[in-house]
Design a protein around this ligand. Structure first.
Ligand code: ADP
Ligand code: G6P
Length: 465
């Protein structure tokens, strides 16, 4: 059997808590299959010498990471990845900072990753590259003579061609994507955007089911919505730490219905919009003032990018004003925490909540929506209020779908969720859980790797970047 080599910017020990869908999902996949996980250590290099490779064993997974020097961190991670690609791919041209120097750093780090990874590769490895930080990596590996099959999965949305085309160098990026043998997206919508782009801008020709002839090679492209490990998550839900959390929450909120939000503190998550909808709920439906409490946990994220500090201040001010205006001596409407919660405790919190608010303005998939469903008691399940702009909305049709920009509409949906009769909650939950179980993280990994396995070796192509 071939060894799986996963490459991503963020590498996390699968045995520890990580906030971010990519690290959580890849940890689960690699824990199962074993293999090598290569990427950034999350640390800055000291001194001028080329950073050492750090290698450590985490169960069946070998973690190999490199530090970044400050200049690369600023240009590649803060600048190009999170100041250009992240906002534009999330349809936020207004937040993009197209500084001409960033792209050089982005390219430099991708070249460095290729150079450091190459000596570790074995001839029949299958290489799977993840996310927007590493789009040009296959081309850089090929330029160094790598002939193994290489797949790519984009964890975030891909916008329509006209938005993508706002990025200076967008054609170079898409050419980079076309250096892979298989390119996977979270949703059919994202996949369609890619197909539209390569047909319009690169004269791609269809070459059979899911295949395209483009830049003198054949590539596969498709939607492979990422899932969670449902069995494992239900197991964690029943383990002592989550069970204790559940009991505590139930006791504490015995007279109130709990609403929960769990996110990285990111402008794509629609947190201020969510708070405004919650405020509208309290204003419009006075009975909720004594009966509902929202727990919002937002983990710190990318604090060196200015748009993230702006959103932090906006959120803090909204939570403060809601509590100031609606709070009572014995009740605070919002409990806001700016931190990461231990992974073992999350399921207990989800299970104790009647409603989950997953209302991003744009999201590749959103795993919190899936975790919430998996953690519910099927006899008395909670209700998922889900943004139609999350990739998950393509699959989770029995959730209450909302437009997060529509404050009144979202407040009305939350109200409906709080009042939903048991029978309807059960029916919706049953269908949602069935979808989740069928399309779990193993389905995601197996179906992607199966396509990659079928990709013809001779199509690995010549480097042309
Ligand atoms: P993203 O990848 O954009 O952060 P997802 O919803 O797909 O969004 O994945 C987030 C993952 O990180 C989930 O597994 C979730 O449980 C975890 N997570 C997010 N916020 C927190 C938090 N505050 N504390 C603990 N885990 C978190
Ligand atoms: C999203 C991205 C991941 C990223 C994660 C956390 O899930 O798709 O690539 O790892 O957010 O962000 P960070 O910048 O801390 O890695």
């Amino acid at each position: 059997m071939s060894r799986l080599v996963v490459v991503s910017n963020r590498v996390a020990d699968p045995r520890k808590t990580a906030a971010g869908g990519l690290a959580v999902a890849l940890g689960e996949v690699l824990n199962n299959s074993g293999g090598l996980w290569f990427g950034w250590s999350g640390k800055l290099a000291e001194g001028d010498a080329e950073p050492q490779l750090n290698v450590q064993q985490a169960g069946p997974v070998t973690l190999a990471t490199v530090d970044l020097d400050r200049e690369d961190y600023e240009a590649y991670y803060v600048g190009y990845s999170n100041g250009v690609l992240w906002p534009v791919f999330h349809y936020r041209l207004d937040l993009a900072d197209f500084d001409a120097g960033y792209i050089e750093g982005y390219r430099r780090v991708n070249q460095m990753f290729a150079r450091r990874l190459l000596p570790m590769l074995q001839p029949d490895d299958v290489i799977w590259v993840h996310d927007y930080h590493l789009i040009p990596l296959a081309a850089e590996l090929r330029a160094l003579g790598c002939t193994q099959r290489i797949g790519y999965f984009l964890h975030i949305p891909l916008p329509p061609p006209l938005i993508l085309a706002a990025i200076p160098g967008h054609d170079w990026l898409v050419k980079g994507l076309c250096s892979y043998d298989v390119v996977g997206f979270q949703s059919e919508a994202d996949h369609e955007h890619f197909c539209d782009y390569i047909q319009a801008e690169a004269k791609a020709q269809p070459a059979g089911e899911g295949r395209w002839r483009v830049f003198n090679r054949t590539i596969h492209a498709g939607a492979y919505p990422i899932g969670i490990d449902v069995q494992e998550f239900r197991g964690v839900t029943e383990a002592p730490e989550a069970a204790e959390m559940y009991e505590r929450m139930k006791r504490e909120y015995s007279r109130r219905k709990l609403l929960v939000g769990v996110d990285r503190l990111d402008y794509s998550k629609g947190l201020p919009q969510r708070m405004r909808a919650f405020r509208e709920l309290l204003r419009r439906y006075p009975e909720t003032r004594q009966s509902a409490t929202l727990i919002q946990i937002a983990s710190p994220s990318r604090e060196d990018v200015s748009a993230y500090t702006d959103i932090l201040h906006e959120l803090e001010s909204l939570c403060g004003s809601i509590n100031g205006n609606y709070g009572e001596l014995d009740w605070m409407p919002v409990r806001y925490m700016h931190r990461t919660v231990a992974r073992a405790r999350l399921p207990g919190l989800y299970r104790a909540s009647r409603v989950a608010l997953v209302t991003p303005l744009r999201d590749g998939m959103n795993l919190v929506a899936k975790e919430f469903i998996a953690a519910q008691d099927p006899e008395d399940p909670g209700v998922l209020v889900l943004s139609r702009f999350a990739g998950a909305a393509e699959q989770l049709k029995e959730a209450l779908l909302v437009n997060p920009y529509d404050t009144e509409g979202t407040a009305a949906a939350i109200h409906l969720a709080l009042q939903m009769p048991l029978e309807e909650r059960r029916e919706r939950h049953q269908s949602l859980l069935a979808t989740l179980t069928r399309y779990d993280v193993h389905w995601w990994c197996d179906s992607f790797l199966q396509t990659l396995g079928q990709a013809e070796a001779e199509e690995t192509g010549t480097p042309w970047l």
